[in-house]
Design a protein around this ligand. Structure first.
Ligand SMILES: NC(=O)c1ccc[n+]([C@@H]2O[C@H](COP(=O)([O-])OP(=O)(O)OC[C@H]3O[C@@H](n4cnc5c(N)ncnc54)[C@H](OP(=O)(O)O)[C@@H]3O)[C@@H](O)[C@H]2O)c1
Length: 314
């Protein structure tokens, strides 16, 4: 089967299409014939060597985390899934079991039935960013109509899920986004939209109960200027050192720095599937064929898209 691997860190030039054997499944696994893989910033941050503490430097590495496809084979102890089921899911270690391949073997705890009213591309867009949005919501605690929340970088994959989940809680949302994404931010629930190409949010004279940065560019020191005296800064892109130090520093401040790590658990996926079945919208702004995987990554890495970018197998 075809799979994408790389032998060294770098830009999209290092991506190679290789032939390798179809994976064999263990008793608790299913073999999925991949139809769509969605792109997550995590995929290319690892490939560029930006996460070496976590990724290590062993090669070859596979890539691709979130997928949708059709079950081809089930392990001997698998129940609840059968050959032909349309599913979506995520791989725990994308460097070893990368989803950007014709087939992958995954445990049943990492796949879910595809809702029938959404397509493969939309369902492949759910796991990592959807679960991160649910995790962020849980870290926010009690949210109500008076809770003022700033979502910086609001219309990529993560923001798409987060805005809509926050709207269900009737939160008062300010979204920071680029010009072309303003309409999407409003549609997904933002009460106020700030165009970051025209206005610097840091110079606004307003304070929030919660600030979450999905652009990866703000940082706690900047966010602090926009936080009420008791407030939360949610950070899904922490520097490794911030994971322990934020916990310690939080003991001495009421402006808390909270790290968010996506947890695609069964409970979180149930929350997401419930939201999707109740109308949460999933925008896939561009679909690339497998043969153009490099171009797909180049496009995603440049930014400027709305929702998700995906790669499709014929
Ligand atoms: N910790 C975790 O478990 C976890 C899970 C999922 C994601 N993440 C991280 O969370 C971040 C968001 O994920 P994502 O998938 O939504 O990424 P994404 O699709 O790349 O979205 C990032 C958004 O930030 C916007 N942005 C860029 N520069 C900005 C600026 N100066 N000011 C305001 N907004 C700006 C982008 O808008 P334009 O493209 O229009 O510029 C884009 O909409 C990524 O860094 C990702 O790695 C972490």
């Amino acid at each position: 089967m075809k799979a994408i691997v790389y032998q060294k860190f770098g830009n999209t030039d290092v991506l190679q299409t290789i032939e390798e054997p179809k994976p064999s499944i263990q008793s608790d696994q299913v073999l999925v014939k991949i139809k769509v893989v969605s792109i997550n910033p995590l995929d290319w941050k690892i490939r560029k060597g930006e996460m070496k503490l976590m990724s290590g430097s062993k090669f070859p590495k596979h890539t691709g985390t979130d997928f949708a496809g059709i079950i081809e084979e089930t392990g001997t102890s698998v129940s609840g899934f059968k050959k032909g089921d349309e599913v979506f899911g995520t791989v725990k270690n994308n460097m070893k079991d990368g989803a950007l391949a014709e087939y992958i073997a995954v445990p049943t705890t990492s796949v879910w039935k595809k809702p029938i009213h959404i397509n493969f591309a939309q369902s492949a867009s759910i796991p990592t960013v959807g679960a991160a949005a649910v995790t962020a919501l849980q870290k926010m605690g009690n949210i109500h109509a008076q809770t003022e929340i700033l979502v910086n970088g609001a219309t990529g994959g993560f923001g798409m899920f987060l805005l809509q989940l926050l709207k269900q809680k009737q939160a008062n949302i300010t979204a920071v986004t680029s010009t072309k994404a303003i309409a999407f931010a409003k549609k997904w629930g933002a009460d106020i939209v700030v165009d970051y190409t025209k206005e610097n949010i840091l110079t606004q004279n307003k304070a929030y109960d919660i600030v979450i940065d999905l652009s990866g560019k703000m940082g706690y020191a900047n966010a602090k200027q926009m936080m009420k005296s008791k407030a939360l800064f949610l950070n899904p892109t922490p520097k490794p050192i911030e994971i322990p130090t934020s916990l310690f520093k939080n003991l001495f401040t009421s402006k808390k720095h909270i790290v968010v790590l996506s947890n695609p658990s069964t409970e979180n996926m149930d929350i997401l599937l419930d939201a999707v079945n109740n109308g949460l919208q999933i925008e896939v702004s561009k679909v690339f064929p497998f043969a153009q995987s490099k171009e797909a990554y180049q496009y995603a890495e440049q930014g400027g898209y709305i929702g998700k970018v995906v790669i499709e197998f014929n």
